[in-house]
Each structure stands twice: as C-alpha cells, then as structure tokens.
Design a protein around this ligand. Sequence first.
Ligand SMILES: [Zn+2]
Ligand SMILES: [Zn+2]
Length: 123
Amino acid sequence: MRITKQREVILKILAERRDHPTAFEIYEHAKNLFPEISLSTVYRTLKEMVERGEVIEIRMDGETKARYDINTGNHAHFRCRNCGRIFDIEILFPLKLIGFKVEKVEIYIYGLCDECAKKEVMA
Ligand SMILES: [Zn+2]
Ligand SMILES: [Zn+2]
C-alpha cells in the first residue's frame, strides 16, 4: 500500500513539473506532499517506473545525475547552455529503419533557447 502511495506522489510530481527533475529534486518536492518519503524510496520507485516504461531517464552531456520525464513518447531534448532549462522537442523520427527494429530513441540537442538567444543579441 505504501509503495502505491509513493508511486502516486512521484507520478503526480512528474505530471505537474515538466522540467526533467533529478531524483533529488523529486525527493525535495515529494517531502512537502508526503513527509515520510525517503530518498532511497524515491530512487527505487523511479528505477521501477523506468523498467515498466512509465517514465524515461535522460542524461544530457555526460551528467552523472539522471533526470526523469513522464513523456515517454519519442521526443528530443534541447538544453539551453545559458539558463540550463531542458525543453521537450517533438520530432517526427524516421522510425522505419530498414533492417533494424527501433526500441529506444535518444536525441540531445544543445544551444540557446529563444529567450536567451534574444538576450545575447541585446548584450
Ligand atoms: Zn535559455
Ligand atoms: Zn522530455
């Protein structure tokens, strides 16, 4: 029962915030909603969710801490080098690769978001 409650809390957080939080950020957020939750429970629950395909894990630019995303559809991630925000980018992937069965697509794109690109022009 308790595990179910913790899963619910984590799923709710991931559905609400789409900024690709790390396990620690999810834990900090979860504590407000469910004070008994522990960091190890958050890690364990996230690992299970990734295995079940409910959430995806992303590691951009050699980051040691994984980030989590409830958007499990094929999409690319764009990270702004100035503000550090990570955006979901919808892309139509060529999923029919002849001779290959695609199981997972990870595309990471780096640059400046629109807001930061405008600031850079002004500076
Ligand atoms: Zn930016
Ligand atoms: Zn995403």
